[in-house]
Ligand binder design. Sequence first.
Ligand code: HEC
Length: 219
Amino acid sequence: MRQFFIIYFFLVALVLTVFGFRGCKSTKPPLEIFPDMDRQAKFAEQGATSFFADGRMDRPPVPGTVPHVTGDQKAFPHWIPDGQFREDSYLATGKVEDGSFGSGFPVEVNYDNMRTGQEIFTIYCAICHGDSANGQGVVAQQRYGYNTIANLLQTRIMELPEGEIFNTITYGKNTMGPYGNKIRVEDRWKVVMYVRALQRAASATVDDVPPEHKGDLGL
Ligand code: HEC
């Protein structure tokens, strides 16, 4: 009988220790038997420290630092083949100083660039937008879940500044995915160039035919 009481007492004490105080709130710091590495001297982003004179943990880059991308450079939309970030340049963003989209091409408009643009457009864009950019690519015809593939020959898109089309290629738009990590900066501009050519071709009139070729059309 005595043993029973002793065991009973210990059981009650055990149950109370484990479950008894669970609902109790305490403002005291918890007992830490094994603190592991809960607290350690480390520098966190935007933290404060008395170590540096300006009180900031982050160190500003040394004046004159040139941002440089290493590793998988193509993963960066603003990557330019010379390895430098130029977040703010028209070439890298399609935007001008005040943040609005700019017009015109930061790469040379010539036959070679146009051909590259055509090639890339055919590889990446034609499946959805169609070879002639009329929005009737294979994906549109088969309705692979896309119901609203834009017809790039429509007036609204013809009137968009080049920079905005460049931006759409870089980041995508609504259901269209981004191509900034697949197509290089310069090459994206060449695609815009080719889109412009397709738009021009689709909206051309007889007046656009050079006089010396009008005869070819029997005019
Ligand atoms: C997977 C299909 C798909 C591919 C591939 C694709 N697009 Fe699109 N694109 C769309 C859809 C869908 C829209 C309409 C998005 C929306 O609802 O506004 C669109 C819209 C656009 C627009 C109009 C944006 C605006 O401001 O309204 C442009 C320009 C464009 N695409 C260019 C391109 C170019 C250039 C490529 C190739 C690099 C490309 N797209 C590849 C599906 C695609």
